[in-house]
Design a protein around this ligand. Structure first.
Ligand SMILES: Nc1ncnc2c1ncn2[C@@H]1O[C@H](COP(=O)(O)OP(=O)(O)OP(=O)(O)O)[C@@H](O)[C@H]1O
Length: 264
């Protein structure tokens, strides 16, 4: 079943702030994210993107502000609790078990979802195999199920990571530079796949990305941070044309358009 981008916010971030000593890493950031929406969080190095992610998933505690998921406050909750509430994450360098097969990796994620990681089911080989294979089918890896993860091309490892991340059916997925280290063809296939999963499941996706062709090709909305503050938040075309964003990226004049291939 396909779900379009909803008009109701799935995630509402208000006044989010975090300082490290004298460094104001995130300062009063506000944004909403709808179910099924792909929101790119971009900005130069040190803009506060990772800090924002870590505040949302509970790895860091906010100094001020609020992060509400479907109305529930996440600030102050432990990362595991936030994960249980439906916030998944993928990493810049994919985190998979290289010595396990592709299917076993997904089965490990299913064990974790079902709180059985430390039970006799710990040997993943036979656990919820049909469900694991269905997830692999969805990410286009059914024919690789029995291969060790370490033998896969990196773009396929990223697909395994995606299958693992959606195994617990998150309503919000945080993706830290999802296409880092992948070839251009793989990059587009991976983002098209992610967008399909987001639309089908009504899953909101917040992703950081340095590749502007990915940002402008796949984001429904773009949020630009600089020095911890919001510079722009809107549809890709309006953000691309925004004079402050132009100035931030390479110091261009507003009349000179930001090109898809520009890197952050
Ligand atoms: N644990 C920390 N201790 C001290 N300062 C930190 C810490 N984490 C981040 N900072 C600082 O906070 C600011 C924002 O950093 P952050 O990593 O969130 O930026 P970013 O946009 O993710 O950058 P990049 O694109 O380089 O990953 C930077 O000035 C950074 O040096």
């Amino acid at each position: 079943m396909s779900t379009e981008v909803s008009s109701q916010p799935l995630l509402s971030v208000r006044g989010l702030s975090k300082a490290f000593g004298g460094v104001l890493a995130v300062q009063g950031v506000d944004f909403d994210l709808a179910a099924g929406e792909m929101l790119a969080l971009i900005g130069p190095n040190g803009a506060g993107k990772s800090t924002t992610f870590n505040l949302i998933n509970g790895q860091l505690r906010a100094d001020a502000g609020s992060v509400r998921l479907q109305g529930q406050e996440l600030c102050g909750l432990a990362p595991r609790h936030i994960w249980r509430l439906g916030v998944g994450r993928t990493f810049q360098i994919a985190e998979t078990f290289g010595s396990l097969t592709v299917a076993e990796n997904v089965q490990m994620a299913l064990l974790s979802r079902d709180r059985r990681l430390w039970s006799p089911w710990r040997r993943a080989t036979h656990y919820q195999r049909a469900e694991a294979l269905a997830l692999l089918q969805r990410v286009g890896l059914a024919d690789q199920a029995e291969r060790p993860c370490a033998a896969l091309a990196y773009g396929d490892v990223k697909r395994v990571e995606l299958a693992m991340a959606v195994a617990h059916n998150p309503c919000l997925l945080l993706m830290d530079e999802p296409t880092a280290g992948t070839a251009p063809g793989e990059r587009h296939a991976l983002m098209a796949l992610t967008r399909g999963l987001a639309r089908e499941a009504g899953m909101g996706v917040l992703f950081t990305e340095h590749s502007m062709d990915v940002v402008f090709g796949y984001a429904d909305r773009v949020l630009v941070l600089a020095r911890g503050q919001t510079v722009a938040d809107g549809a890709p075309e309006s953000v691309r044309a925004d004079a402050r964003v132009q100035a931030l990226y390479l110091g261009r004049q507003a009349a000179e358009p930001l090109k898809a291939e520009d890197a952050a």
